[in-house]
Design a binder for this molecule. Structure first.
Ligand code: AR6
Length: 185
């Protein structure tokens, strides 16, 4: 596990196993389940999760909705709909950034103190990993800088490539910050 001073931790694990207040689901606009992490979360949470999702009337890309976690160790699931990568000029970066911000806003509104994110859009939706990792790290860091009610954000690395992309993005951000502070070494 790689810790960084600002309450972001990289963790290599199956997100459905995490004992945190909330896990984020990389869902689709129907919110009615799918493959990847979405399928894993629905299988682990049990059919009550799908029943609650049916009441939500879907979700727009870039937005997020919250449900209970049912049989998961996590109390809540925040369902976020990431953008499908279409080359980068269809607002994908803004939509992906909005996902992270909207999940974190929902977390604060629900007194969630620990939350774990999968690499939204980086599987079936085809978002380039390095770019997505940079967006995730930037959004989470800037949110945490202004919000102490969130204790820890876990960025879940399912596979070595995801872990490398996040580690790199965290290092870049730290370098940028030192430069901005004028303490660059
Ligand atoms: N724990 C943590 N991360 C996981 C897990 C897991 N159990 N399983 C997969 N990942 P994806 P997307 C990682 O495809 O790209 C679904 O069908 C995976 O390695 O799950 O946003 C939805 O219903 C990758 O890094 O989500 C949508 O239709 C990341 O989770 C569509 O896929 C996201 O991969 C959403 O596509």
């Amino acid at each position: 596990m790689t810790a960084s001073p600002d309450r972001i931790e990289l963790i290599s694990n199956d997100i459905t196993q995490l004992r945190v207040d909330a896990i984020v689901n990389a869902a689709n606009r129907s919110l009615l389940g799918g493959g990847g992490v979405d399928g894993a979360i629905h299988r682990a949470a049990g059919p009550e999760l799908l029943a609650e999702c049916r009441t939500l009337n879907g979700c727009e890309t870039g937005q997020a909705k919250i449900t209970r976690g049912y049989r998961l160790p996590a109390h809540y699931v925040v369902h976020a709909v990431g953008p499908i990568w279409q080359g980068g000029d269809r607002n994908e970066p803004e939509l992906l950034a909005a996902c992270y911000r909207n999940c974190l806003n929902l977390a604060v509104a629900n007194n969630i103190r620990t939350i774990a994110f999968p690499a939204i859009s980086c599987g079936v939706y085809g978002y380039p990993l390095d770019e997505a990792a940079r967006i995730a790290v930037r959004e989470v860091r800037s949110f945490l800088a202004n919000e102490d009610r969130i204790e820890t954000v876990y960025l879940v690395c399912f596979g070595e490539a995801v872990h490398d992309a996040y580690r790199q993005a965290l290092q870049e951000e730290a370098r940028e910050e030192r430069r901005a502070d004028g303490t660059s070494r």
